[in-house]
Write a protein that binds this ligand. Structure first.
Ligand SMILES: *Cc1c(COP(=O)(O)O)cnc(C)c1O
Length: 236
């Protein structure tokens, strides 16, 4: 676990150095644990990490059972189908990947009464890629208005996954567009009781341009845990 400790330190260092240079607040670090075993999550928790992100309900369920004794804040960040909304609404504190009214409605209806409202971000397909989920910028404000009225959801902000590549300037422009959309959404929802305060953007390869554009939460997998494994639920 020495490796994990070093990687955790170095990711936190990247985040704090970048934020300091830009004289900005440090974004929250979400550790993306998809395709990594419960042991790795436990080890990172012991180093002080509390927020973890998962993409697939089946995989998350197994790990949550093994980690019940830990006070983890779970974030769902993957594509969400209707038949998984009940489980997600009951087991996660956040969903970053909402992009349809129907899914939002189900999450609100199914959020258990004893829990605080489910925090959600709307996913925006910021580079208009066929392969990516998310709403288009044009669809965003109408959807945000509807979702802000759902009683058991708290609309917290926006999430994006820009086009992969090695052009930081281009990525930063995508992140800046998301920040602008966030500002538009905030003024659209002024007067409602939505606390729009979260820009979920930045991953292992692009956390610096994301922070430069105002990210408040970076989602980091590979830089923390190393390469993802093929099969974590049934290790052979
Ligand atoms: C896998 C994933 C991440 C983490 O990506 P890395 O490049 O491994 O840091 C972040 N966000 C989402 C939505 C993901 O699916």
């Amino acid at each position: 676990m020495i490796d994990l400790e070093q990687r955790y330190f170095s990711v936190r260092q990247r985040i704090s150095t970048t934020a300091q240079q830009l004289k900005q607040d440090q974004p929250c670090l979400l550790a993306v644990s998809k395709k990594h075993p419960a042991d790795a999550i436990r080890a990172l928790f012991q180093l002080g990490q509390r927020q973890f992100g998962e993409n697939y309900w089946q995989e998350a369920e197994e790990k949550m059972q093994q980690l019940q004794d830990l006070d983890i804040e779970w974030h769902f960040i993957g594509p969400l189908q209707s038949n998984k909304t009940r489980a997600v609404a009951a087991n996660f504190a956040w969903v970053h990947s909402v992009d349809r009214e129907k899914i939002a409605q189900r999450l609100s209806d199914q959020r258990p009464a004893g829990l605080a409202p489910l925090n959600v971000c709307l996913q925006v397909n910021i580079d208009d890629e066929d392969s990516k989920s998310g709403v288009t910028p044009e669809q965003l404000l109408p959807l945000a208005r509807k979702i802000s009225g759902l009683p058991r959801l708290s609309l917290r902000g926006l999430m994006c996954i820009p086009r992969a590549g090695n052009d930081p300037a281009q990525q930063q422009r995508a992140f800046q567009r998301l920040a602008q959309l966030q500002a538009d959404m905030k003024s659209e929802l002024r007067g409602s009781n939505s606390a729009v305060d979260t820009l979920s953007m930045g991953m292992s390869a692009d956390l610096e341009p994301a922070i430069a554009a105002g990210s408040t939460l970076v989602r980091i997998g590979t830089a923390l845990f190393g390469d993802r494994q093929k099969n974590v639920t049934n290790p052979s």
